[in-house]
Design a protein around this ligand. Structure first.
Ligand SMILES: Cc1ncc(COP(=O)(O)O)c(C=O)c1O
Ligand SMILES: [Zn+2]
Length: 367
């Protein structure tokens, strides 16, 4: 390896660590890491942690379509409503952007076999990118995950470990397996490399719309898209390419709402979890909770919860009125947008972007 272009910095005590996919937390205090670059942003392309972009483990992710949802936008009284079609990627979700970076770093740092846990989409994505990079993947996912996602994990040649119980049970089982087998836990939620891949979403938005987005509304579970997009905008701001960062609003199911509860100083714990169709954001104990809250507050954004019926309602509405077949988790962002408009947080006449994070094709219709 050449001299690396970054170090890892502890979010809590600022201790530094050399680049690593296996050191997931600070040896001094247990805090999680963020990637700290040694050079300044140029605003032309996102700073990325690999030494050589040309040899990155890519399957053609990124550069997703940006479309105007004219009917929905005008029904909601918005100036523009943009949808960034993040499901138009090699494995059908935005996760491919993060998988490209994480597997490149893993491969370049000498990993041959790793363990991961996921609600489904990240596992499917990492399995594909592991195959491309020649890495062996063990993916722990809830047994209840959509069959389309579980099939993807298997067809890409990863070992699928189906775990009964809530999403957290898959994490616990993965951690136990790592200890027993002495394998590398390349968790996409703990490693700071995964969300670095999401910065490009902001660059692509800026490229087409410039400064013209007032609000981004997105589903949040572990926060990789949220954290990565805001980091992308911070780089663009630092490079003088944009003059403002849009307000970021995180949408969660009322059933599983740790981030929104924390933002609103509401007492909520994993004992309060209810069943939800929004499997991608059914994360009751997100390890980067404090970072997510900091990131949202830094943009003057908010958090909003949506009721269970809104996921299927908006899935059908988007499909039948716009021709966009979103995963239920992704469709819920539109219900969040409606609430934000009704409460006056998003003014009528605003310019809004919603990343549509996953494809409806992977899950059975829930009706
Ligand atoms: C379709 C979909 N949308 C949103 C998310 C939430 O992403 P994050 O955990 O990075 O906040 C996920 C995560 O699995 C997902 O699968
Ligand atoms: Zn620390």
């Amino acid at each position: 390896m050449n001299i690396p272009n970054h170090q890892l910095r502890c979010l809590d005590c600022s201790s530094r660590n050399e680049p690593s996919v296996s050191d997931l937390s600070c040896a001094e205090c247990g805090g999680l890491f963020v990637v700290d670059y040694l050079d300044a942003p140029d605003g032309v392309q996102p700073r990325l942690p690999m030494d050589d972009l040309l040899s990155a483990n890519s399957l053609g992710e990124g550069d997703t379509p940006l479309v105007l949802l004219e009917k929905t936008g005008s029904e909601l009284g918005l100036e523009t409503l943009w949808a960034k079609l993040e499901f138009m990627t090699p494995t059908g979700s935005f996760k491919d952007r993060g998988s490209a970076i994480l597997t490149t770093m893993g491969r370049d740092l000498g990993v041959r076999e790793f363990v991961e846990d996921s609600s489904g989409n990240a596992g499917a994505s990492l399995s594909a990118y592991a195959a491309a990079a020649g890495l062996k993947a063990h993916v722990f996912a809830p047994a209840s995950a959509a069959s389309g996602k579980l099939d993807q994990i298997q067809v890409f040649g990863a070992s699928l470990h189906k775990i009964e119980g809530p999403r957290q049970a898959a994490t616990d089982a993965a951690e136990k397996f790592v200890k027993e087998r002495g394998l590398i836990y390349m968790s996409h939620n703990l490693s700071p490399y995964f969300s670095e891949g999401m910065k490009a979403v902001s660059y692509e938005l800026e490229d087409v719309i410039g400064d013209g987005i007032d609000h981004v509304v997105l589903p949040v579970g572990n926060g990789s898209l949220l954290i990565g997009m805001v980091r992308g905008y911070r780089e663009l701001l630092e490079a003088g390419v944009v003059s403002k960062i849009p307000k970021f609003h995180g949408v969660q199911a009322h059933a599983v709402r740790p981030v929104v509860a924390e933002l609103n100083n509401e007492k909520w714990s994993q004992d309060d979890v209810q069943p939800t169709n929004a499997s991608g954001i059914a994360v009751s104990v997100p390890p980067r909770l404090a970072e997510m809250v900091e990131v949202i507050r830094s943009t003057a954004g908010t958090g909003v919860t949506v009721p269970e019926e809104s996921f299927t309602e908006w899935q059908s509405r988007l499909a039948s009125s716009e021709g966009v077949f979103a995963e239920m988790t992704s469709a819920g962002a539109f219900a969040g947008l409606v609430k934000l408009i009704e409460s006056g947080v998003i003014e009528r006449g605003s310019n809004v972007c919603i990343p549509i994070t996953g494809s409806g094709l992977k899950e059975p219709l829930a009706r």
